[in-house]
Design a protein around this ligand. Structure first.
Ligand code: ADP
Ligand code: MG
Length: 274
């Protein structure tokens, strides 16, 4: 595995056009991006700007229309246990216990029963779910389900963890706690994490770099380095560096969000008043 500052994922000239029934949608246009081994990279942008499309291409779930994505120099053509995904919706198997869910990927890799039970228990400790091994997903809270989903995703020891708005369905307080968990897990495991969000706070709290995407078609518009030390701790949310970057990103993304919500520009509203 590449370490240090080498590029682990290289995205070159990637476009994705969806052409089903109706008009073709250019979800991504000419995306170029290098992702370094061990970094925490955030993809930030409004709904519909192509964040999930890009994550799914990196995962190998879908193929780009143009361009290439390489993982350590090899073209990504299919999903692979070296890259695992945590989705927004709890993708746990409802008929399996928390423990069995976490063991799932290990079973597929042929790990012996005793070893995968031990590994799952250790990982459930990491995500603070010790004691809930035998619960079914419907018996635990949304935040706990996402903890279990994270444990399941890191069980096969992937090189890269892909997270697609993993906390989007959680209440604000749970979300903040899970951000802190992910900051800790990222510091402990040193895995590359590619994290999709439309929350500016989440992006600044977690990211080493923030890739700001714009919509129609989805493009990389800006890349910001987050100049905060690791591990990230809650107190950093009141640092000047943190606040300044949040403000910068708000100003940058505000026009996109106005457009997304159908908000009219001030110029138009003044004309309407006249
Ligand atoms: N399978 C698909 N078929 C057709 N259009 C799609 C498909 N998936 C995504 N799109 C379109 O591509 C664009 C980007 O979508 P997506 O990557 O889901 O954005 P985001 O995750 O940033 O909200 C949107 O306009 C969306 O409607
Ligand atoms: Mg999405």
């Amino acid at each position: 595995m590449n370490m240090g500052t080498s590029n682990q994922i290289c995205i070159r000239g990637v476009s994705k056009i969806f052409s089903g029934r109706g008009a073709a949608v250019t979800a991504l246009a000419d995306v170029n991006l290098d992702i370094r081994a061990g970094e925490f990279l955030v993809l930030l942008g409004p709904s519909g700007c192509g964040k999930s499309t890009l994550l799914n291409l990196i995962a190998g779930f879908t193929k780009s229309t143009f361009g290439s994505i390489q993982h350590d120099g090899a073209e990504v053509t299919r999903p692979d246990h070296r890259r695992t995904v945590v989705f927004q919706e709890y993708a746990l198997f409802p008929w399996k216990t928390v423990q069995e869910n976490v063991e799932f990927g290990l079973k597929a890799q042929g790990v012996a029963k005793k070893d995968r039970a031990a590994a799952a228990r250790q990982l459930l400790g990491v995500v603070r779910l010790a004691g809930f091994e035998n619960c079914y997903p419907h018996e635990i809270s949304g935040g706990m389900k996402q903890r279990a989903a994270i444990a399941r995703a890191i069980a096969p020891n992937p090189e890269i963890l892909l997270m697609d708005e993993p906390f989007g369905a959680l209440d604000a307080q749970t979300r903040v706690l899970l951000q802190e968990e992910v900051a800790r897990i990222s510091a402990e495991t040193k895995k590359t994490i590619i994290f999709v969000t439309h929350s500016i706070d989440e992006a600044v709290f977690l990211g080493d770099r923030i890739v700001v995407m714009s919509s129609r078609p989805g493009r990389v518009r800006e890349i910001h380095d987050v100049d905060l030390p690791r591990p990230r701790v809650p107190e950093m949310r009141s640092d000047k560096t943190y606040r300044d970057l949040v403000d910068t990103l708000w100003l940058s993304l505000r026009p996109d969000w106005r457009a997304e919500t159908g908000d009219v520009t001030p110029k138009v509203s003044v004309e309407m008043v006249r």
